[in-house]
Design a protein around this ligand. Sequence first.
Ligand code: ASP
Length: 439
Amino acid sequence: MSKVVKFGGSSLASAEQFKKVGNIIRADKERKYVVPSAPGKRFKEDTKVTDMLYDCYRLAEEGKDFHEDLKAIRERYDEIIEGLGLKLDLGAEFDVIAKNFQEKAGSNYAASRGEYLNGIVMAKYLGYEFIDAATVIFFDEEGNFDADKTNGILSERLSKCKNAVVPGFYGAMPDGSVKTFSRGGSDVTGSIVAKAVKADVYENWTDVSGFLIADPRIIKNPESIETITYRELRELSYMGATVLHEDAIFPVRQEGIPINIRNTNAPEDSGTWIVGSTCQKSKYVITGIAGKKGFCAINIEKDMMNSEIGFGRKVLQAFEENEISFEHVPSGIDTMTVFVHQDEFMHKEQKVVAGIHRLANPDSIDIEADLALIAVVGRGMKSARGTAGRIFSALAHSKINVKMIDQGSSELNIIIGVANADFEDAIKAIYDIFVMTKL
Ligand code: ASP
C-alpha cells in the first residue's frame, strides 16, 4: 500500500505548520511520497512565496535591484528551517537563484523555486529523498504536459525510492528549461505522482475539511461532502467551486485512484473522498451547489421558429463567428435564448446581434444582463422524485424569480438562472430545503 500526500501552501507556511505535516506523515507509514507546495500565507495579509518570487523576478527583468526582495524570500525559508531546528543552509541555492535571475531565466523558473526550495526543506525534515521535479516531470515542445514520457521516467525513478519528496508545480521543457503548471498546479503534480506509483489513494491536504456543499461566503458553516464522484466535482468546479486544480483529476481518474481532501489543521476529520463511481448514497439528495454571476441572456424570437430547419445553427453561428462560447440554450416554440458570459459578450454585443439578424432573420432580439447561474448537482437526483419541484418551491418561497431551468440529460445537475441580485438568496433557499430540513 502506498499513499501520495500533497500539502498546499497554507499547510507549509511556517515551522508550526510543517510540524503538523510531519506528524501527519509519520502517523502512517504508507504516506511514502510527498508533494509540497511553496510556503503560503501565514496570516490573512501575508504574501505567498510564489507571489514574492514573481514580484522579485519582475524587478530582475526590469534591470532593477532585486536582492532585497530575494533576501525577504530567503528569510521565509530560514524562519522555517530554524523553527524546525534543522541543519540546513540554503545559501548556495540562493546564490544560484540570484545568478539565474540576473541572467533572466524566466518567470516560470522564478516561480518554481518556491516549491523547489520547500521540497529541499521538507526532504531534510522527513529524512526522505529529494527528487527535483525538473528531472521527472516533462512538457513537450508546445508546452503541454507530456504524460507518457513523465509516467515512464517518474515511475521508474520512484520504484527505486522507499520514500521521496517531489516538489509540486513544475517540470522541464525538452530543452531542460523549467516550466510551471498554471497556478495551484501542485495539485496536478500530486496526481501525476499518484499515477506513477499506482498509489492506493492520493491525499490532498489543505486548510478545509473537504469539499463543502456550498460556498462558505454565502452559507455559514456549510457541511462538507463525504463522497463525490469525479463527474459531480467537474460540474461544481466548472460553476466556480474551488478546492482542487481542474487538471488534477485526469491522471488519477485514469487509474481509478481516489482523492481524499483532508485538513492539515484538523487531521482527525475524514475529509472528502473523490471517486470514479460509488454505491454510497450522498447524505442528501443533492451533493453540492455552486454558481456564478455575470451572465447575459440573448432572447431571440421568430414566428414559426419551430418549423424552420437550421434556425438554431444560424443563431449559434453568429456567436461562433465572434468567438463567444455559450453556456446554455433553452428554447421554446418560437423563442430561443442563449446564455453567455457577460464580460466576453459585452464588447462584441452589437456585432453578434447584427450577425443573428443577418444569418437567421429573427423577428426580435432582446438582451437581459446581470444574470447568475446556479448548478444543483447530485448523483442522487436521478432516483429521487420531485427534486426540481422542491428547488422551485423553495425559490418561490423566497420570492425569487427563476429566469431559466436546464436539466442536463445525465440527470446529474439542474441549472437555474436568476438575477445576480437574487444569487445569494437563491443558494441559501436551496441549501435550506435540502440540507437544513434534511430531506
Ligand atoms: N505555489 C503555486 C501557487 O501558488 C502552486 C501551488 O501552490 O499549487 O500557485
